[in-house]
Design a protein around this ligand. Sequence first.
Ligand code: HEM
Length: 528
Amino acid sequence: MVLGALISPASLRWSFLICGTLGFVLLWQAAARLLDRLWWHPRRHERALRAQGLRGTPYRFLVGDVNAYERQNKEARSRPMPLRCHDIAPHVAPFLHNAVREHGKTCISWFGPFPKVTISDPDVTKEVMSNKFGHFEKLKFPALSRLLAEGVATYEGEKWVKHRRILNPAFHLEKLKLMLPAVSTSCEELVSRWTQSLGSDGTYEVDVCPEFQNLTGDVISRTAFGSSYLEGSRIFQLQSEQAERLLASVKKIIIPGYMSLPTRNNRRMHQINNEIESILHDLVGKRMQAMQEGESTKYDLLGLMLESNMRDTDENGQSISGMTIKEVVEECKLFYFAGTETTSILLTWTMIVLSMHPEWQDRAREEVLSIFGKSKLEYEGISRLKTMTMILYEVLRLYPPAVAFVRKTYKEIEIGGITYPAGVLIELPVLLIHHDSDIWGSDVHEFKPDRFAQGISKASKNPGAFLPFGWGPRICIGQQFALLEAKMALCMILQHFEFELSPSYTHAPHNGKLLRPWHGAQIKLRAM
Ligand code: HEM
């Protein structure tokens, strides 16, 4: 009887009415929240920023400027630049370049529904990067970093402090000196492979991009993880494919939950991630076992991380929490990624630019031969390489591997005379700062390493305008390591070869995940 009353037509009507109203209210709330996030919120930000005199592109629902950004990038890519031309900003970052020209050095554009303010003043840039009062955080895409790498580069706050403290000692000067033999071995292998490939006329034409990728993968494997060339290059290969897939469309990163859909691309990315993690778990497992069996700790990067995992007190007996094995594996992924592509790009651009400017190639070679002759390199000599240092700085100025940094305001903040609400992206366009004639002079687009003759601070009108490795607390942890590796590789190449651009080289710098030559870097080597 009770059941009969419950399912009577009158009570059913009431249940439908209540459930329907509830459902409608919930749907309405969700729709309102979504609309607020995608429309009202960006419009409020836009009004607040424009009221302070900022100009820029108007907000477009959901996609922002992403379509225009992708289209302009693609168009520029298909237009090669003239050889020996270093005025690359209009080609590499057309959207950014045009926005700044049209709307001023501080201007608004849109990354999906997020307002993005580009700031090209180096003083304000440094203020943002120094993050003195903790108002800024790095821009994060959790789905992306879960698949690529999490670690010190993506953490904030206490966790970042802990990881940076554990990792820093791996890059101290005395540790760098200990790495010399391993870096030397990798460079010798490269030079001897090239020597064996020389034809009967004493020349060999090679695309140096993949060559340097293998070299830097090998170097990081040996120096940071005490592992082999094979592991290094397999991880590099997998990470490159992963990054290409992730960055194939910026839109996918903006759409929440997209990366969890079981598409073919997403499934492949999870497969890649599993393979990388399995290689790294193996590597970590073997080192742990060796340490437990009493083998003396190698104080390379992996050794320091695992030691922190095994220790629970510091030198003063205070209890500390080290890295978990999961965190160690994530850091390994990050260091393979951060440590290979960037340095290989620096080496690639240096070979291209020295081929375009043979007078500087000769000056660099003279310096190398006067310090080392054709014998082995040692640290003291490397630290005396002045011309080589100037050349590398000038290449990093003209072709910075990371063309812009992005931060997000996480509290309201006033900076450079503008008040930014929370949730605004701040884009710091290193490429534009490095190519600004107001800062570097009218010869800004010329390759003139001499400008660094008196050091970085005297190279331009603003001592803080050279930012290839970032600035402030989040400055690149591996910058000294990268410069050492690049100098050693170049020294050995200059000791053995003269080089020039192959006729098949097309000058087309392109900014994908980093700034690289879109059609490769075909170089003709000649034995000396
Ligand atoms: C020419 C070579 C390199 C360049 C141009 C470069 C550039 C940079 C830049 C610009 C940043 C700061 C990004 C930001 O603030 O948003 C950075 C951070 C970082 N780099 Fe490098 N890098 C290079 C080589 C390396 C190497 C060889 C390693 C490792 C062995 C490395 C590891 C890292 C790490 C872990 C961070 C994050 C630091 C943190 O957030 O605390 N980099 N790099």
